[in-house]
Write a new protein. Structure first.
Length: 636
């Protein structure tokens, strides 16, 4: 049997098992299966099986690409050992779920060893699918839980815990550790991810690109708008930046390059637009679900809170793209718009997404909302005429959804022990006490330090994990400076997202550079220029928490929004040296001065905020009219 046949049979088995799990989760979502400890043990076992099968598919791809044989055989051994241990441990927990729940934490020796086998298998599978850095971080926290009493530093030393007590909190208790965030995967995100993939199967990508053309045909540099609109919408449902760059960039980056955008800039725009999806409701790249768990609030409250900052993020990126387009004298898009495609494809997206949104706003479970969204999309897509999706397109989109939910579920299962260790050992407060000896008790300095840590961690970790680590270690410390809990969580989350674009790693910029043919550092630097207008947003809602209070907002939200928009415009002008005409260095420094003055006002808000905002607006508007008048005088 050749490799292609093996891959085909493994994929068939993967989809068959995934279909069984999907039907099972659907029955659970509809209330026909109770969310008992046995239920989550079933989910754990299925994810271990699916992770193993998906790993075999990856290995076959690597073999066909003639990957270095030493690396291939190492990864094959890693997968074989990890899958064997994880499946054996998960099967044991499933068979003994009721007994383990009744006797915890007083386990027998064999129970303890099987729990250790399960934990080791999960870590090895995580190493295979998510890399060594994440696995090492989780492994270090687990080792700390077991052997923290040997640490000599007093502030970090733990009492000596019984190993069975530790294993209870790492996963054998069926409510902690590996099972903590497994509940989030099974009860919340499962059908949202499947729904997002299905939308791509019924033609959402083509739809949003056509909608982007509508905007792009009206402004200079309009070729960027299919990326801003299309990638932003797709990523807001998918919630994954790098995967979205690869998915939508194949269409948007060539379009931008053909209309005059430099390769680096085309890649940067796609990378930034795809990143915006991680902070755009309703999904927020899984972080909304984790924040909701930490704060013990409904998921939709967290998603709604992120709406205003997300819109401000998009406005900042749009200003940067427009200023750059006028600076380089780029044309409008002038693409033919397929109006029939919009008319045919829009109902499936709008009606299904409307159902999902209404149910989420009604505080139904996200999984139930996603399930009904799938039903509506499947019911309407046969009416799309010549844009009706084929069975293969639907099958492929379902397969991709299964792969994505498998990887995300494995990620959530793996980081459970990390989060549990921080909580049970009080490690967060211990680190906070340690850091308090190093960092002055100053709000702005603390926030700046948290920003740097979030950016550094995000370079080598998946965004949800980078957020989780910083949230566990620094959020209590940030809250000690007077910042509200939800604001502190959003602050570290935003910079964990931004880290996908910051050198030296910048995984989103790397993916975009490969598609655009530009250089990695050039793409990353252009992305940082675009992102510069958005870095003030997390600091802004720390000083003006009303920005995170949607829909319970008042008139006091208008001054900070107005000031942020002004600062985005002045920052873009200072960065690109253009505002109605090319700016001299003196004029660029003037815009930079206006930006600095606005930041002082933003962070030092007082009762005279309206007067201050008005002064900044007046200065900017006066400067705009002056530059526009001068540009007219220069014309022959």
């Amino acid at each position: 049997m050749n490799m292609s046949s093996i891959q085909k049979w493994v994929k068939t088995l993967f989809v068959a098992l995934g279909t069984i799990l999907t039907v099972y989760i659907a029955f659970s979502t509809l209330g026909y299966i109770s969310n008992s400890k046995v239920h989550y043990a079933n989910f754990m076992l299925c994810i271990m099986l699916l992770s193993s099968l998906y790993g075999i598919q990856n290995l076959v791809d690597e073999f066909k690409k003639q990957t270095n044989r030493k690396i291939f055989f190492f990864r094959a051994g890693l997968l074989l050992v990890g899958a064997s241990l994880a499946i054996a441990g998960a099967a044991f927990v499933r068979v003994n779920a009721i007994r383990l729940d009744q006797i915890h934490p007083f386990f027998e020796d064999f129970d303890f060893y099987m729990g250790l086998i399960l934990l080791t298998g999960v870590l090895l599978l995580t190493w295979f699918h998510w890399g060594l850095i994440l696995t090492s971080l989780i492994a270090l926290t687990v080792i700390y839980f077991f052997f923290g009493h040997l640490v000599t530093l007093p502030v970090l030393m733990l009492p000596e815990y019984d190993p069975k007590f530790v294993m209870n909190y790492l996963g054998l208790g069926l409510a902690e550790g590996m099972f903590w965030f497994a509940r989030v995967a099974a009860d919340n995100i499962y059908f949202l991810i499947i729904y997002a993939s299905l939308l791509l199967g019924v033609g959402m990508l083509n739809l949003v690109v056509e909608i982007g053309k509508v905007a792009g045909n009206r402004v200079r540099g309009g070729a960027a708008f299919p990326a801003i609109v299309g990638s932003g919408i797709v990523a807001s449902v998918m919630g994954q930046a790098v995967a979205n760059v690869v998915l939508t960039g194949k269409l948007t980056i060539p379009m931008m390059k053909s209309r005059g955008f430099r390769p680096n800039m085309a890649g940067a725009i796609e990378a930034v637009a795809s990143t915006s999806g991680q902070i755009m409701p309703p999904v927020l790249g899984l972080a909304a679900f984790i924040i909701a768990v930490f704060l013990n609030v409904p998921y939709m409250d967290v998603a709604l809170a992120g709406l205003i900052p997300a819109l401000l993020f998009l406005s900042g990126v749009t200003f940067g793209v427009l200023v750059n387009a006028y600076q380089e004298d780029l044309p409008k898009l002038s693409e033919t718009i397929d109006a029939d495609a919009i008319k045919r494809l829009l109902p499936a997206f709008l009606l299904s997404f409307g159902v999902v949104l209404v149910l989420l706003l009604g505080y139904y479970s996200p999984s139930f909302a996603g399930l009904l969204g799938i039903a509506v999309a499947l019911a309407i897509c046969p009416l799309q005429g010549r844009y009706r999706p084929t069975r293969k397109a639907l099958f492929d989109s379902f397969s991709e959804g299964l792969a994505l939910i498998t990887l995300l579920s494995l990620l959530l299962i793996a980081v459970g022990p990390l989060a549990q260790t921080f909580q049970t050992t009080n490690l967060a407060q211990r680190l906070g006490a340690f850091l308090s000896q190093l960092v002055p008790d100053n709000k702005l300095l603390m926030l700046t330090g948290a920003m740097v840590v979030s950016l550094l961690l995000g370079m080598g970790l998946p965004t949800p994990v980078a957020y989780l680590v910083v949230a566990l270690s620094l959020v209590p410390f940030i809250m000690a400076t007077g910042v509200e809990a939800i604001v502190a969580h959003f602050f570290v989350f935003y910079f964990a997202v931004f880290s996908t674009l910051t050198p030296p790693v910048a995984v989103s910029a790397l993916a975009a550079a490969k598609l655009s043919g530009g250089t990695f550092f050039g793409t990353a630097l252009d992305a940082m220029k675009l992102m510069l207008t958005t870095f003030i947003i997390p600091f802004s809602f720390c000083y003006h928490p009303q920005l995170l209070q949607f829909p319970n907002i008042g008139w006091d939200v208008i001054p900070p929004i107005a000031l942020i928009i002004v600062l985005q415009i002045t920052t873009s002008a200072a960065c690109y040296g253009y505002f109605f005409t090319r700016l001299t260095w003196v004029e660029r420094w003037l815009f930079a001065f206006v930006t600095a003055s606005g930041l002082v006002l933003l962070f030092g808000w007082s009762r005279h905020e309206l007067i201050g905002t008005g002064i900044i607006l007046l200065i900017t508007c006066t400067r705009v009219f002056f530059i526009k008048y001068r540009s007219r005088e220069r014309k022959p």
